[in-house]
Design a protein around this ligand. Sequence first.
Ligand code: SIN
Length: 491
Amino acid sequence: MSSLNDLKRKDLFQSKGYINGSWVDSSSSKTFDVVNPANLDRLATLPEMGASDCDKAVAAAHEAFKTYKKTSARERARLMRKWNDLVIANADDLALILMLENGKTLAEAKGEVLYGASFLEWFAGEAERIHGEYVPPANLNQRIITMRQPIGVAACMTPWNFPIAMITRKAGAALAAGCTTVWKPAGETPLSALAQAVLAQEAGFPKGAINVVTTLNNVAEVGKAICEDKRVKKMSFTGSTRVGKLLASQCANSLTKLTLELGGNSPFIVFDDAKLDSAVEAAIMAKFRNSGQTCVTANRIFVQKGIYDKFAEALTERIRKLKVGAGWEKDVFVGPLTHDRAVEKAMSHINDAKKHGGQVVLGGSPLERQKGYFIQPTVITHMNREMLTTREETFAPVVGLYEFDSEEQVLDWANDCDVGLGSFIQTENIARMWRVSEALEVGMVGVNLGLLSASESQFGGVKESGYGTEGGRHGIEEYLVWKSILINVAN
Ligand code: SIN
């Protein structure tokens, strides 16, 4: 399975935008190409949409909201379950599309499809748990209740690293809440979102409830148009802190409610008392998932003095065995990066670490292949806090190992950064587990594991990693508003 020709359902490959129930070109007739990062083959040519196309998408969602908001929670739950079932039934095809446009391995792509579906199942349940309150009145001549209502048109701006799961985490919550949606997938990976739109439509969501605006080069124009459009009441964005701040400033005038899941710089802390083998496996998961391109990737691996050498050696040997290649090749564990800028950034971080005394003990260069955005899995020891990776996400399979002395010191280092999304600790000491989990300035802590993702658990950060939360019990609240009703019951 290495080409779109291998799809069982050919209609899951779409190469147009989707507005008001129709597959459409851009109003300018401009296009852009989607490229397979493993061999640079062109996969598709898509409409380069702009502000005027966005206006049409928002108008369709705005119109559809007038009736969709009146559907019962039970009805929406059924639609969500149907969509979930269709995703699972077509998981192989969705995984193929995802692998081809993003570069992740087929096994990982399949994992993302199922992870993505889990948000649909989760929010199908949540749709029927949107409860209000009876408020005990101070004035006995009154009765007070509160209810929750869908906020309105929701824009879902999704990244290229999880093109399926980020659609379902955002649009799944929005549609379950009773909102209609405009999706703006990343220009590098729009095909997964378009395939999801096919399945959602088949599940029975009404015309206009789902619209997909495709763009690569007009992303700033489209983002601004969405933020400033007063018909859009909610925007959920996953991406960089730089763009998140820009969107927040553009939403200031319309006061559009925002959920921002932005960059991280996750500390991965291995204490002397950790179990070596499981700490190594957790590091592999936390660092190599999606070739290091996750917002919660282990970016700063802090290892306590007493275990540093043993851990560095065991981890390096484990990484040495990881096979790198195209996602469809046998036994491949690490795929290409999704675009060329990622290779440049990783190389600049490696070179910077070398300049500041880092020792590259494995890898350290782009992979020699004819084509594709590949980089060798890299391990650097003797990391120090002067280095760029201390402050910036590397977003590549590059492992930097810092040595620390004490719990106090590592907490200082871990918290000394502007962002706070994920974090990981490896320890067998339960008291330390509590102390460190509470002290880390982050939105999520993984203890003795390397994966933070679960549809039933909130996903979000603090500091410049953004605000609002996704998934879990609170994910749907981002798409709801409160309304109180005060009733005079006096005779
Ligand atoms: C992300 O990298 O933004 C999402 C990762 C996840 O949901 O596990």
